[in-house]
Design a protein around this ligand. Sequence first.
Ligand SMILES: *Cc1c(COP(=O)(O)O)cnc(C)c1O
Length: 383
Amino acid sequence: MTTTSVIELKRSALANNLDFIRNHIHSHSKISSVVKGNAYGHGTREFVSLAESEGIDHFSVFSADEAEQVFNCKKPGTTIMIMGWLENEQVEWAIENDVEFYIFDLNFVNEAIEASKKVKKPAKVHIEVETGMNRTGFKNKTLREVISLIEDNKECFNIKGLCTHYAGAESIANHVRIQKQIRNFNRIYRNLASNGIKPDLRHTACSAAAMNYPGTCMDMVRIGILQYGFWPSPETFIQYAHRQTDKSDPLTRVLKWKSKIMTIKEVKEGDFISYGTNYLAQENKKIAVIPVGYSSGYNRVLSNQGRVLINETFANVIGLVNMNMMIVDVTRINSVKRGDEVVLIGRQGDHEITVNSFSAMSDSMNYEMLVRLPQNIERRIVN
Ligand SMILES: *Cc1c(COP(=O)(O)O)cnc(C)c1O
């Protein structure tokens, strides 16, 4: 059954973004497409198949349940990498199915050894090292223990990668900290190499690092937000544009969120609209009801603030956003009718509702806005 709103994923937009990314990283850096958080709200299943058809064969997720979603829809030969959390019993599943995972905790390494012995297959692991973010990743002292554990249990491990994550590469304010992390990482890599440990892939860069610190691209980059057509921060775009003669945004948004007009009605001047006394009609109004509310991911903070596109014209959200509906002002839009397309995020004609404008009004970042898009909204791939 179609849902009251639909999220469209545009193939040509993803192709454009991947081209842009490929042109901006070293030619030998592999792209791992980051699809945690339901592919940043785009929908894992649809996004994975779209990305695969555009040449992606490596996906990164946060947890084992996310890995399973990708596992169930990916092509044979596509690699999945878990960058975060898996429970003890999920380790066996991962090893059995060639799902790769980060190791960042000594107890976890022991669990992996046990699971590998049980499954009789080596675990494909990425050693995450602490370089200065102070989140997950082995500190130097523990790293030595880990290495000797791995050496003592060689048959249990296939060391796929060495990795770390930067603490805010999207902001120049963190420049010194990032530079220090890069130096730390390179030192750790050299130390391991001199001890005979040579991971296949060094990977440290997220979108912002790949754009702002090209040296971080190494053997593989973990690209999330850029591939969906968004900059990690306004600053990252400005830094990029500064180096270009053409200042236009080279990225294209993959996602469009749209619905339809449910019904249209006239309201007399002086009447309140929707619950309570939040909105008073100061003139005779024509309003359209949209079957999207905060249960569909339209933030209630956008009451009296949000905008949508109808007939290529902006229409304001008036009154409170309800659980399943909201009301927009179409007084000045001609010939609107039941069933007309309503764009909540994305383009219609020459106009666009950006995720950014959305996020700014609801005081969240575009990453957060995107991942909050409910999983049960239908996703459709369009060309
Ligand atoms: C989310 C994430 C990324 C991707 O970040 P973007 O800013 O979306 O490119 C890369 N690495 C790790 C460890 C992550 O958690």
